[in-house]
Design a protein around this ligand. Structure first.
Ligand SMILES: Nc1ncnc2c1ncn2[C@@H]1O[C@H](COP(=O)(O)OP(=O)(O)OP(=O)(O)O)[C@@H](O)[C@H]1O
Length: 667
């Protein structure tokens, strides 16, 4: 039975100016296994067109090309892929080997596309390379071989999946006479082993080696002569199961391709890596600076204690904003006054009512609730010792949030014996030995100012550097009495909640906010700083991200160049049975690998740069300002991969859609 049967095959090419050209004009022939058929004809007679249609590279023909009883034109995509992989082997005039793969990989590429295991592939490739006499060259690259050796590799490649038909298009066209004979004998051997060999040639001498000569002129067979019958050897057929190439094999192939252009890919990855670095660096810098500021502001003196204020400043701010919007200057002034009076401790709005205290008591895990008072005054409070005076900005009550370590010298004041504690800075301006001495204090109590003697029993130094303000502490009880003695009532404007365990403090802080109160001044300022820094970080990151657009364009250009450079390779792969999907996968995998490499370069560069920056800031401000978290590193790598893969969509699609005939013809 014939392996291939052609019935009245016609092929029309569309002419650029309209109309069509009939390149094959009703070709009919039968080809049997074990034949070596020379297709001879003048240039332009239609030989290549006929081979392309028989080889399934061009299904746009009329008539029938029957393989196993089915017309190639009616093949489904999967059947056609199988036909390429299993039934047809191509040998080209200019060899069309893949330059960056070694001989083993070149021979076994069709098996890679068929998802055959590496060990099986290599074994088969070695066996075939041995058969064509290139065993000792198998790790060479094609450009290290002579023309004849290259064609021998191409023969081995055509045979790898043990096809029924070998199509050889001028296989000796680029070879000298001596090498031609070697190659022709090898091809003849293929037919002797029982395969059908169809060989295009111009040369009658080459044709004389064949068992049958088919002459073609102007798209028609003009003669069909059987010259000799070949003596056949019965060869056992290889049982090779072909499947579709999986993603992992595509990635591995892509990796080999990338290695071939290592220098270029390294440069591109570094370029994109710098873009990624700028993004990670901005995020890490934002994080580092935010936590530095938070640390500076929020060195909580006592991790168990939460300081609570009435939410008057926020209220005053929003009132003042809405008054400003309404252009009401009286309301603006009123709102501002409220803000000031809440700071100076004279606002009734900032005082805690019993209802407020009850609300706070209900918060889970609060073991103790302590009332306090804090007031700011600019010049109103003064401490005098031996004719020296110092202003005290804050008047505070002794509270649980003061840590033992903050009492630098002496102890906390006790109630009932006119004791105070002042910050060590203010104390020093009065006398180096103020501890234990009696000072005269002028204090503003609400609207009244009183003068009274106190004994300094403690010197205070805030744990937070932002809290280093001149401050005078006395007990709440004493202050309450002072107010009462002067005809007014002290109302707590700060409350300290002690948590039953350190681990609940953050929950308590959150609950305080939920109930409409606010935290300490430092906490409020930190929150404000945090939000400003966050906005700043995002703005800077967005600016840095612009460089990623440039990187994406760079990757797109590089992949496009790669597609152009490798057009022939794509043509060969398609002739060997690569699906569009496979080609797309290979190029997308290259984009993926470029993105991954860039991401890693970006992370490494950020790591190195942050080491340098932190080294500098450590010595300058005793703090590391760049904090690269694993999340940021992961974001960098993911962003890099995603951008690269998006940039790779167009080139990969373009590659997958290339027409195999055009691609193979590309010089
Ligand atoms: N894509 C195409 N579009 C239009 N015409 C084409 C196309 N490909 C081939 N032809 C025309 O079809 C005819 C047959 O071309 P083909 O390449 O099959 O000839 P050939 O016998 O293989 O020639 P050569 O030996 O020079 O390769 C030629 O006249 C050619 O100009």
């Amino acid at each position: 039975m014939a392996v291939l049967e052609l019935k009245n095959v016609k092929k029309y090419y569309k002419m650029p100016g309209g109309g069509q050209y009939e390149a094959l004009r009703g070709v009919s022939a039968k080809f049997n296994a074990g034949e070596m058929v020379a297709i001879v004809g003048e240039s332009g007679s239609g030989k290549s067109t006929l081979m392309n249609t028989i080889g399934g590279l061009d299904s746009d023909f009329e008539g029938e090309i029957l393989y196993e009883g089915k017309n190639l034109r009616d093949f489904s995509k999967a059947e056609m892929v199988n036909y390429h992989k299993k039934s047809i082997g191509f040998i080209f005039q200019n060899f069309n080997l893949i330059p960056h793969l070694d001989l083993i990989d070149n021979v076994s590429i069709a098996m890679t596309l068929s998802n055959i295991d590496e060990s099986v592939r290599r074994e088969r490739a070695k066996e075939l390379l041995k058969k064509v006499g290139l065993e000792e060259h198998m790790y060479k690259k094609p450009d290290q071989l002579s023309g004849g050796q290259k064609q021998r590799v191409a023969i081995a490649r055509a045979l790898v999946n043990d096809p029924d038909v070998i199509i050889a298009d001028e296989p000796t066209g680029a070879l000298d006479a001596e090498t031609t004979d070697v190659i022709l004998n090898m091809i003849r051997e293929i037919a002797v082993e029982g395969k059908l060999v169809l060989m295009v040639t111009h040369s009658d001498k080459v044709a004389s080696h064949c068992s049958r000569v088919l002459r073609i002129d102007q798209g028609q067979i003009i003669s069909d002569q059987e010259q000799v019958k070949l003596e056949h050897k019965q060869e056992s057929r290889e049982e090779i199961q072909v499947h579709n190439m999986n993603m992992w094999k595509a990635v591995k192939l892509a990796f080999k391709n990338m290695k071939a252009k290592l220098g270029r890919n390294a440069l591109v990855s570094t370029g994109m890596g710098i873009g990624i670095m700028s993004v990670i660096l901005m995020l890490s810098l934002g994080k580092g600076v935010t936590s530095y500021v938070s640390d500076q502001m929020n060195t909580y003196s006592n991790p168990l204690v939460t300081e609570v204020h009435k939410n008057t400043t926020a209220k005053a701010r929003s009132q003042s904003m809405s008054a400003m919007q309404q252009n009401n200057s009286a309301s603006v002034a009123k709102a501002r006054q409220q803000g000031i009076s809440s700071l100076t401790g004279t606002s009734s709005a900032s005082a805690f009512s019993d209802k407020d205290l009850k609300k706070l008591k209900k918060i889970k895990h609060v073991s103790k609730i302590q009332k306090g008072f804090t007031a700011l005054s600019l010049g109103g409070n003064q401490v005098t010792f031996k004719k020296k005076s110092a202003s005290v900005i804050y008047l505070n009550t002794v509270n649980n949030s003061i840590a033992k370590s903050e009492v630098k010298k002496g102890r906390l004041p006790k109630s009932g014996s006119n004791e105070i504690m002042i910050d060590s800075g203010t104390a020093d301006t009065l006398s180096k030995k103020l501890l234990g001495k009696t000072v005269k204090a002028k204090l503003q109590l609400g609207t009244k100012t009183i003068t009274k003697k106190f004994k300094v029993v403690g010197l205070y130094e805030s744990a937070s550097s932002a809290g280093q303000m001149s401050t005078l502490f006395l007990t709440y009880k004493d202050l309450k009495k002072l107010f009462k003695d002067n005809g007014s009532t002290l109302k707590a404007n700060v409350v300290y909640l002690t948590s039953s365990d350190k681990k609940y403090t953050s929950d308590i802080k959150a609950a305080v906010k939920d109930k409409g109160f606010s935290g300490s001044m430092q906490e409020q300022m930190t929150e404000m700083f945090d939000s400003i820094l966050n906005v700043l970080t995002y703005v800077l990151t967005a600016i840095a991200a612009v460089s990623l657009v440039v990187s994406a364009i760079m990757i797109l250009v590089v992949l496009n160049i790669s597609v152009v450079e490798r057009t022939q390779e794509i043509g060969v792969m398609k002739a060997l049975g690569a699906r569009r999907k496979d080609i797309r996968r290979i190029f997308s995998s290259e984009a993926f690998l470029l993105g991954l490499a860039s991401g890693i370069v970006g992370v490494v560069l950020t790591g190195l740069l942050s080491l340098a920056i932190n080294h500098f800031t450590q010595s300058a401000f005793d703090a590391a300002v760049v904090t690269m978290t694993p999340q940021y590193a992961a974001i960098g790598v993911v962003v890099s991969v995603v951008i690269s893969m998006i940039a790779g969509i167009l080139p990969s699609n373009h590659a997958s859609k290339l027409d195999p005939i055009d691609a193979l013809r590309k010089e």
